[in-house]
Ligand binder design. Structure first.
Ligand code: ADP
Ligand code: ASP
Ligand code: MG
Length: 401
């Protein structure tokens, strides 16, 4: 008897008809004699709607209150799916994140899983029940409800698959696999049969929301083979796994991240310790800094520009302005009308010319680059947000040729 983990995203559980479709997929697996643990997201746009509801009441609601609200979305999906499966004559048990044993840190809104107590899950599986777990949530050591960050249900599913050594971990979604670019942005994007953990991790971290980046990180660490596939079409999807060197392609995909903002500190005193002050302040607020660019000093001052997630820009700007005197800069400017566009491919470390080809495509499309950052397997550029779709298409086309 195999153990299968199946995760269904928001659009796959959006209404009664879609839930029925999910129930069919899940029970077909149970009919094969397998144990199934299902992880569900909130229906359709429920999470966005809940966020909107909170904003109307209090734009500055605490992260703890937000988590208390947001976790309800997943609970509705789990309850409804359980009712359907039970009605079909199978035995289903819905469990919230804490009932399923998800213990997290206290970083509300972006909590990390500390431990998964699998006792209850194993117990239910032992009784041959179909277990339905709410994705994206857990509790901290004070028994407060936490959430894992947007898209976090993928990570819940991988955590279960890793802890229980599941035979399969399937991520059902609204596209039939992982493509060389978001198929909604680049209609001619190609579907991949497989992709390596490292490449997928880069793509996910650079904005390809088809998988939560932490789910890929965890899958790599515990060697969980993931399959991304459609909940509406019965065909093979894309496998995320360790890939041998031979299979490494020059470019695996293009990604776009619109959730980004640029902050510039102008007229910074050109002396040691400045970068430490800025970035330790942001780190203490758990704000991640991405691309960093520093100008050459002139007349005893310099400028420094960096990017953060757009969700964090308000907090970052407030904290920096509060500390203006102790940090020592003349002016702060910020802008969230920017996007980051990246190419990813494990083959590029041994192939010079990838950057040139990317910049040529952008130049031909008349797109100005504000910032550049590179690593062994990716190149990212920061550009104006309204040009980002064009940029993704131009770059995709250049590498396809
Ligand atoms: P779910 O609700 O099932 O978790 P998501 O919306 O989080 O679904 O992720 C699926 C979406 O990811 C797709 O609809 C697609 O627009 C987007 N996407 C972005 N980049 C890619 C890519 N490289 N391959 C496939 N889908 C992608
Ligand atoms: N419902 C949550 C979100 O919309 C989690 C998820 O879908 O994975 O971000
Ligand atoms: Mg998702």
């Amino acid at each position: 008897m195999a153990l299968i983990v199946q995760k269904f995203g928001g659009s796959s559980v959006a209404n009664a008809e879609r839930l029925q479709n999910v129930a069919r997929i899940v029970t077909a697996e149970a009919d094969k004699g397998n144990n199934v643990i299902v992880v569900v997201s909130a229906q359709g746009d429920t999470t966005d709607e809940l966020i909107e509801k909170a904003r109307e009441i209090s734009p500055d609601a605490s992260a703890r209150d937000m988590d208390f609200l947001l976790n309800t979305g997943e609970q509705i999906s789990a309850a409804l799916l359980s009712m359907l499966i039970n009605k079909m004559g199978y035995r289903a048990t819905p469990l919230t994140g804490w009932q399923a044993g998800f213990l997290t840190d206290s970083n509300h809104g972006r909590a990390r899983i500390r431990r998964l107590n699998t006792e209850r899950l194993e117990n239910e599986i032992g009784k041959n029940n179909i277990v339905i777990v709410t994705g994206f949530q857990g509790i901290n050591r004070y028994d407060d409800i936490t959430t894992l960050g947007r898209g976090g249900s993928d990570t819940s599913a991988v955590a279960i698959a890793a802890s229980l050594h599941a035979d399969k971990c399937q991520i059902f979604t609204d596209v039939d696999g992982i493509y060389t670019a978001d198929p909604r942005v680049v209609p001619g994007a190609n579907k991949l049969n497989s992709i390596s953990y490292d490449e997928m991790l880069e793509l996910a971290s650079l904005g390809a929301q088809v998988l939560h980046n932490r789910s890929v990180e965890m899958a790599k660490k515990y060697n969980v083979r993931l399959e991304v596939l459609s909940s509406l079409e019965n065909k093979p999807g894309t496998i995320v796994k360790e890939v041998s060197k031979m299979e490494k392609m020059l470019i695996k995909g293009v990604a776009k991240d619109d959730n980004i903002a640029r902050i510039s500190l102008v007229g910074v005193r050109d002396e040691p310790g400045f970068a430490f002050k800025v970035f330790s302040l942001l780190a203490s607020l758990k704000i991640n800094v991405d691309i960093i660019l520093q100008s050459i000093g002139r007349d005893g001052t310099k400028d420094i520009t960096f990017t953060v997630a757009a969700d964090d820009v308000k907090a970052a700007v407030n904290a920096l302005n509060d500390a203006q005197e102790s940090i020592g800069f003349a002016k702060l400017a910020w802008d969230d009308n920017v996007s980051k566009v990246s190419v990813v491919g494990a083959g590029m470390e041994s192939n010079p010319g990838v950057a040139a080809k990317m910049f040529e495509a952008l130049s031909e499309a008349n797109i100005n680059i504000h910032m550049i950052s590179t690593s062994e397997i990716k190149i990212s550029v920061l550009i104006d947000k309204d040009l980002a779709k064009n940029a993704v298409n131009a770059i995709h086309e250049a590498f396809e040729a």
